[in-house]
Design a binder for this molecule. Structure first.
Ligand code: HEC
Ligand code: HEC
Ligand SMILES: [Cu+2]
Length: 439
């Protein structure tokens, strides 16, 4: 009855499911039997035609009482017994298991391997080898949940807990946080890649990314993070106002006006470095004048000290002395390449290259603007209360003149206003064709 469980990707999964299904079936059986009897008696012996259909009064039946005590007790013992047996199977191979340390923080999972390799939001394990994940948390309670592996365990600040599994199938699986841990709890995901032993060895010993980071100058590292961490979607380098203030000459200022009307001065007590550092880790602490609070994600816990220093060095470099980053004129090569793309490919290309992806998701979630999922053809409401249908003309207008119509629940001036020069008719058709694939 009711078989709805996810893919079985670990050795233990079939036995977990077997017990789970037994418990569910038994619960359904008892629910139906007990509620069924209740309903039956209520109807059968109801008061009708003014006559009480009184039932016979039965007092004490040793037989019945023994049955309804002994049967549930045996069932509970049976469930507990298999619970223990399967739990023990789960810990099998603990001594030769591959150990991975996982740390939950608002709102990421960070993984560390025995050779020091570190990853965020993704981890890789070899197939058919027991894996032990040692869990802890830095801020609040989190819970580590990989449904396909049938494992789930709390990650507790100041404690170490562990879970074990032996993957039996290669593939990519989802890891969730299943303990409500704040605003972005639902975004606290990680990818689990199960690969062959050889591929795993190659992956875990490939430290080129770490080494590249180590050998970069701080400003170079900052430049890489500026795009890797998505700052680029909200902060320009040339003075243009995007979602947030431009980084141009930010470092050279001697103070900031804040949204609450006050002003901070940068001096020995509160340096501009300190201000930038705080703005990155806790954006809500000081909100810049004319910008809404809550748009910038807090990067607390997501950047190492070296990475923060890199970002600050990079922001410091934006002093206007570097030649303005001209948009490269499209080379002939590129023009030919774009012309050869199908409309859908062209749309996807623009979605990624024109930074739409910084503000519009593909999965229905809201970043800065509405998701592109299901957008094409949708009926909605504008901020002024009128209704609209997202047809071709509306989408073209939304891109060329974003402030012409503002979707209800969103602010004007957030979406970039510069697309009219960059995206011509065929590009718009491409974006529309691409949106049609996102229903
Ligand atoms: C989703 C959009 C968004 C992203 C992504 C984002 N920011 Fe911001 N940022 C803002 C907004 C809006 C403000 C202004 C409001 C405020 O002060 O919180 C801001 C303010 C700042 C400030 C203060 C600016 C000033 O002029 O005083 C700094 C520094 C900053 N962000 C750095 C970063 C860095 C570094 C990253 C990437 C690691 C980043 N931001 C990612 C939206 C964003
Ligand atoms: C800096 C953030 C940002 C970027 C980048 C951005 N948008 Fe938007 N977009 C928004 C916001 C906010 C809204 C909602 C307010 C409005 O209606 O203007 C929006 C609205 C839209 C709408 C109307 C959505 C609806 O539900 O009716 C379309 C279509 C759209 N954007 C397309 C694009 C395309 C295509 C790109 C890339 C070429 C893009 N946007 C880049 C922020 C952005
Ligand atoms: Cu969490």
């Amino acid at each position: 009855m009711f078989r709805y469980l996810p893919e079985q990707a670990s050795k233990i999964a079939p036995s977990v499911d077997w017990l789970h299904n037994w418990i569910t079936d038994l619960s359904v059986l008892f629910t139906v039997a007990i509620c069924g009897a209740m309903v039956y008696f209520a109807i059968r012996y109801r008061k009708r035609d003014g006559v009480d259909h009184e039932t016979p009064r039965i007092e004490g039946s040793n037989f019945l009482e023994v049955v309804w005590t002994v049967v549930p007790t045996l069932i509970s013992i049976w469930v507990a017994y298999y619970g223990i047996v399967i739990y023990q199977d789960m810990r099998e191979g603990e001594n030769e298991a591959l150990v991975i340390n996982a740390v939950g923080k608002q709102w990421i999972w960070e993984f560390q391997y025995e050779n020091g390799k570190q990853t965020v939001g993704e981890f890789v394990v070899p197939v058919n080898r027991p894996v032990k994940v040692v869990l802890t948390a830095t801020d609040v309670l989190h819970s580590f949940f990989v449904p396909a592996m049938r494992i789930k365990k709390d990650a507790v600040p100041g404690h170490y807990t562990s879970v074990m599994f032996t993957p039996v199938k290669t593939g990519t699986y989802h890891t969730f946080c299943t303990e409500y841990c704040g605003t972005n709890h639902s975004g606290m995901l990680a990818k689990l890649n199960v690969v062959s032993e050889a591929e795993y060895e190659r992956w875990v010993n490939d430290r080129s990314d770490d080494l590249a980071k180590l050998s970069m100058t701080p400003a170079k590292l900052g430049a890489k993070l500026y795009s890797d961490k998505g700052c680029v979607a909200c902060h320009s380098l040339n003075g243009t106002r995007l979602v947030g203030p431009s980084f141009l000459k930010l470092y050279q200022q001697d103070g900031r006006k804040l949204a609450d009307g006050s002003e901070v001065k940068f001096d020995e007590k509160f340096s501009v470095e300190e201000y930038i550092r705080e703005s990155i880790l806790h954006p809500a602490a000081k909100v810049v004048e004319s910008y809404p609070n809550g748009l910038m994600p807090a990067f607390d816990g997501q950047l190492s000290d070296g990475e923060l220093k890199g970002l600050i060095a990079f922001i410091k470099e934006q002093d206007g002395s570097a030649p303005a980053q001209e948009e490269e004129p499209a080379s002939e090569d590129m023009t030919a390449k774009l012309a050869a793309m199908s409309l859908e490919e062209l749309g996807q290309f623009h979605y990624e290259s024109k930074a739409c992806n910084g503000c519009h998701s593909l999965d229905g979630s809201q970043i800065v603007g509405p998701s592109f999922k299901g957008l094409y053809g949708k009926k909605g409401e504008l901020a002024d209360g009128t209704e609209y249908v997202a047809d071709d003309a509306y989408i073209q207008e939304s891109i060329w003149d974003p402030n012409a119509k503002i979707v209800k629940g969103f602010q004007p001036n957030l979406m970039l206003q510069t697309y009219k020069d960059q995206l011509k008719e065929r590009d718009i058709q491409g974006i529309i064709a691409y949106m049609k694939t996102l229903q």
